[in-house]
Design a protein around this ligand. Structure first.
Ligand code: ADP
Ligand code: MN
Ligand code: MN
Ligand code: MN
Length: 374
């Protein structure tokens, strides 16, 4: 990685980081702004909190983040989850917070509140999610990392799960992020280099209920912070480069307790029928610019129609081959884009899957493919 201003600062900083804190705990409060960017500010606590209830509510200027008008700009940060801080270490923590308005209503961009209500309403179903977060790395001049300046690398083929110089890029960032997630208690389940050069994926899950979206947001925060130290920008755009390059998604794997038990396939099929009936409503919260990605090419289904199939990567919904064979397990919704708010996506999935059965006339025809993908 090239030297940059952040790296040289970090090495000068190291001796200060060793200074004793005299019992103070640094709590970095993070929240989601109006554009799905993460913001953060830090607060000194005089002792280590043992639970969320020990943490003070805080506030920020919402007019600077497009979350509130200037004349009524205070937004309140209500702590929702605590994670160990892999950057400051020791007793220091990162606090994921919900945004609330002055009048006691959830902020317009606080989608966690509604999601948490849906999760607790359907708690009995013990819903699990696993999200595959894809992302693309750019250098400080906005070139995809490793791409020739002003040109293109060789076509896709050698990069997916690639090994060796010229086939993978910025592995250091990926490795550092993996360790940071583990340190913070994120249930990160794997990583792989993607089909497009400089694009990577990591998986978080299975996680139950609200913890899925909490942990995914936290993992994104950690990724931005790690990449900052390497002078790399992380893009979650679903089609960061036009042309014959794969887009980036957030495949969302899901199961309820009954789907995970022998005979679960009939519950998986019932869930897919319900999803078919609400394709448009789901697409509406499955990410901005997702139309650029869901073209029916590059291992996607097309945005205008719903389809499902076993082992078919050109469908909206894929049932993994192993699940079809065993007759129970989980399924994958391949439609969500990399830039989703996972609170919206896991929320609507829970609402649809755990809700009542839709009117049979409303169910769009579902195509069933049997093609083997990779
Ligand atoms: P793919 O073959 O689509 O690339 P991955 O291995 O990248 O699949 O991701 C599979 C995801 O499925 C992981 O995030 C994992 O946590 C999740 N998963 C596995 N079992 C379940 C389950 N029973 N319910 C929900 N998610 C699951
Ligand atoms: Mn994957
Ligand atoms: Mn992938
Ligand atoms: Mn997948």
């Amino acid at each position: 990685m090239t030297d940059n201003i952040n790296i040289s600062k970090a090495s000068n900083l190291s001796k200060y980081l060793d200074l004793p804190q005299h019992g103070a705990v640094l709590a970095e409060y993070i929240w989601i702004d109006a554009h799905f960017n993460i913001r953060s500010k830090c607060k000194t606590l005089d002792k280590k909190p043992t639970s969320i209830e020990d943490l003070p509510e805080w506030n920020f200027d919402g007019s600077s983040t497009d979350q509130a008008p200037g004349h009524d700009s205070d937004i309140y940060l209500r702590p929702a989850a605590i994670y160990p801080d892999p950057f400051r270490r020791g007793d220091n923590i990162i606090v994921l917070a919900e945004c609330w308005n002055n009048d006691g209503t959830p902020n317009k961009f606080n989608h966690r509140h509604e999601c948490a209500k849906l999760m607790s309403a359907h708690e009995k179903e013990v819903i699990w999610f696993g999200i595959e977060q894809e992302y693309t790395m750019f250098d400080e001049s906005d070139n995809p990392v490793g791409w020739p300046k002003g040109g293109f690398p060789a076509p896709q083929g050698p990069y997916y799960c690639g090994v060796g110089t010229g086939k993978v890029f910025a592995r250091d960032v990926v490795e550092a992020h993996y360790r940071a997630c583990l340190y913070s208690g994120i249930n990160i389940s794997g990583i792989n280099a993607e089909v497009m050069p400089s694009q990577w994926e990591y998986q978080v899950g299975p996680c139950e209920g609200i913890s899925m979206a909490d942990e995914l947001w936290m993992s994104r925060y950690l990724l931005h912070r790690v990449a900052e130290e390497f002078g790399i920008k992380i893009s979650f755009h679903p089609k960061p480069l036009q042309g014959d390059w794969n887009g980036a998604g957030c495949h969302t794997n899901v199961s309820t307790k009954s789907m995970r038990e022998p005979g679960g396939m009939k519950h998986i099929e019932a869930a897919i029928e319900k999803l078919a009936a609400r394709h448009k409503e789901h697409i509406a919260v499955y990410g901005e610019d997702n139309d650029m990605r869901l073209t029916g090419r590059h291992e996607t289904g097309s945005i205008g129609s719903f389809s499902s199939g076993v082992a078919n990567r050109g469908c909206s919904i894929r049932i993994p081959r192993s699940v079809a064979k065993e007759g129970y397990g989980y399924f994958e919704d391949r439609r969500p884009a990399s830039n989703i708010d996972p609170y919206l996506v896991t929320g609507i999935m829970t609402e649809t899957i755990c809700g009542s059965i839709p009117d049979a006339d409303m169910v769009e025809e579902t195509k069933r493919g049997e093609e083997e993908g990779f």
